[in-house]
Ligand binder design. Structure first.
Ligand SMILES: NC(=O)c1ccc[n+]([C@@H]2O[C@H](COP(=O)([O-])OP(=O)(O)OC[C@H]3O[C@@H](n4cnc5c(N)ncnc54)[C@H](OP(=O)(O)O)[C@@H]3O)[C@@H](O)[C@H]2O)c1
Length: 306
């Protein structure tokens, strides 16, 4: 297929670009700088510098593409997570960018749009499983993701195929916050947000990328892209410690994360999200069934001498 990808130069998105090329697709990717363009060309993609807010320029670029994939996000670094101004760029790219991309895809006659979203949109559901039928929570931080999802759904109601991928909490090489978590675990400090009995639904970045490829052949709709086995937060912290080869002496911030305000709210919830719908629809199987295996692989790659 001929595929256009926006956000394919990101820490995790660059692996999606590679996975698409490896699967035999002809990939055109958005590059905002000449360095990123050179990186894409090296990978085997055609690089195009176009604004995600410019409908008419996007329409020209999308002509002849079979699918458009939007993985753009501008999530601030962990140190600025609690600063609301740091989230403005993310809101803009998710709300205005996804609107322009869908408008342009419709104008260009593209038949499929794949939109990144997150499974942290669901409300806390204790130890019960969550599937796509569960209504999302409308908390303030969810606004931009829900707007991007609405654009993909608008693409579907216009007679084309809009696919929303609700990714679990990314971890693995390239997912910056998770690299920071592993570095802390090497000092016996393990990140654990909320109750130790709550569930965290994560996804290794390499599994997220194979899901993007599989989504090129799935029916329109919303799909959870998470590990087969979400872990309880206590087990997740243990998996992190085991991968770091250390004992978890400190588990932070624990329930104190509830005091951090709405930007951390969803990360403190118990989200036991199921990937069954996507697995059944596509035959996709994550390489790492849970964070136990995925963290070990991540540590081996990031700290090969250990
Ligand atoms: N499910 C999750 O847990 C989840 C979801 C999203 C992000 N995150 C986290 O957030 C951090 C960043 O993730 P990431 O790998 O997606 O981010 P990233 O490395 O910042 O990449 C974001 C992508 O969006 C592009 N982008 C951002 N603003 C844009 C704009 N205005 N116009 C066009 N393209 C734009 C970037 O382009 P450039 O390469 O030119 O900058 C890049 O390709 C990581 O720690 C990640 O784990 C987590």
């Amino acid at each position: 297929m001929k595929v256009f990808i926006a956000g394919g130069t990101g820490a995790s998105g660059k692996y999606a670009t590679q996975a698409l090329i490896d699967a035999g697709h002809t990939v055109t990717a958005l590059a905002r700088t000449s360095e990123k363009a050179a990186m894409l060309e090296l990978q085997g993609a055609k690089a195009v510098n176009v604004s995600v807010f410019d409908r008419s320029a996007l329409t020209k670029v999308f002509k002849g593409q079979d699918a458009v994939i939007n993985l753009t996000s501008a999530i601030p670094p962990t140190a600025q997570f609690m600063n609301s101004n740091a989230w403005v760029a993310n809101e803009k790219v998710r709300v205005e960018g996804s609107t322009a991309i869908v408008d342009a895809a419709l104008a260009a006659g593209v038949t499929r749009v794949i939109q990144e979203s997150v499974s942290m949109l669901y409300p806390d559901n204790g130890s019960a499983w969550i599937d796509e039928a569960m209504p999302t929570d409308q908390y303030p931080m969810a606004r931009a993701n829900l707007a991007a999802e609405a654009n993909a759904n608008r693409f579907t109601t216009s007679g084309s195929i809009g696919v929303v991928l609700r990714f679990g909490w990314f971890y693995g090489p390239g997912a910056k916050h998770s690299e920071e978590f592993l570095a802390l675990a090497r000092h016996h400090i393990c990140v654990q947000m909320g109750s130790p009995n709550g569930y965290v639904s994560s996804i290794h970045v390499s599994d997220a990328d194979t899901a993007v490829v599989a989504a090129l052949n799935v029916a329109a709709g919303t799909y959870n892209i998470v590990d087969d086995e979400p872990l309880q937060k206590r087990e997740y912290a243990n998996a992190l410690a085991a991968a770091a080869g250390k004992t978890a002496w400190l588990r932070v911030p624990g329930r104190a994360a509830l005091l951090l305000g709405d930007r951390s709210t969803s990360l403190t919830w118990s989200l036991r999200v199921s990937n069954k719908r996507f697995c059944i629809a596509t035959g996709w199987v994550p390489k790492y069934p849970s964070a136990r295996e995925g963290w070990i692989a991540t540590a081996k790659l990031l700290y090969p001498r250990d």
